[in-house]
Design a protein around this ligand. Sequence first.
Ligand code: HSE
Length: 441
Amino acid sequence: MNEKHVRVGLVGFGTVGTGVAKLIYEEGDAIAAKTGVRLELACVVDVDTQRPRPVPLPEGVLTSDLNRLIADPGIAIGIELVGGTGIAKDIQLQMLHAGKDVVTANKALLALHGGELYQVAHENGRCIAFEASCAGGIPIIGAIRSGLAANQITGMFGIVNGTCNYILSSMSTKDEAFGAALAKAQKRGYAEADPTLDISGGDSAHKLAILASIAFGGEIGLEDIFVQGLDGIAREDIRYGREMGYCLKLLAIAQRNAEGKISLRVHPSFIAADSWLARVDGSFNAISVFGNAVGETFYYGRGAGMMPTASAVVADLIDVALGNSRTLFESLRLKPREEVKPLLEKIDDCVSRFYVRVMAKDKPGVVARYGKILGDHAISISGVLQHEGDGPSNTVPVVITTHKTQEKNMREALAELTRTDVISGKPVCIRIVDIPQDKDT
Ligand code: HSE
């Protein structure tokens, strides 16, 4: 087979950049034999050219001068692994204007400015490939763009943040405290430089914005996504939930309702303990994608870390070199926001079941009173859990699960409950997500 020699330039020699260099050097021959593409790492640009890295570069490859990459017409593909939404955007724009295709893992940038960057790429006859931006090593973008191309996507339910999943798994299986689990996730290199992006649900929202744009073909931004992170999640809720048959996950959800509107949200979710997603532990990611023709498909793998993310970056380099990414990118024409907005479901209208934990006053008539408040807001109780025991100020923890109701009903009921003297403190409320079942009958 004739080899296609492709020179690439990398900006950002951090964790993932090091993994990319390692793959190109160590797997270059195997990749060339398998795909016919011989990748040459022509230059690596980083502000820090002194720090020793685990992968040594040949003399002269590492530079702090971005212009070495931009001004070299022989470099066909620029890899942006700087991250963030500031300088990274400028770097991608310079690459596109200089006639280079771009490969990136930068989910925050694409979630915020994807529409604009894609436009510039189209104007310059270039493409942007971004498989590594969502769920690390899992080829989820390729699956949605190509593998499921014949389908209308009806729903996506994803664990797309390894840090949060690691924390929830550790709290659940090792009874670890939130802070201790987060510290371990950071030590293992899963967390973002600023871990509030993980914990707040922001990182999951970035990925959901990208996946939903592709799945539904529109300009979807962060402002379209309801986001709630792990703040306030307590070990006792994980325990009570387990007792009632549920497992707690931070889910990124895109779901088409009966009227065709799409609900986009990231929030802690109780899901059936025997579902596929409930079995996804540690830093692993997984996404269930439903198509109208195919039914449920499930993608699982490592969503963070040096080599899994590098695996997706190098796959993109190969696909760009082969021309596959260009073909797919040319068909990526996203509906403008004005057309997309009316198609999105507001969070208040979203229907789901709920888990509510209150510290109820341990005195006569309390069950009837909270039952009535929920009933008055059209909320039907599905299950109640109350163990005998003494809480502070003569209270007892009560866990209630509900049947389906609109989000706004629950919000109003909780506000009323909080105003009464039947509970102490604020109720804890976690959504229960019923992932559609696609089973043989
Ligand atoms: N901080 C991210 C995570 C890294 O924990 O999943 C991958 O995007």
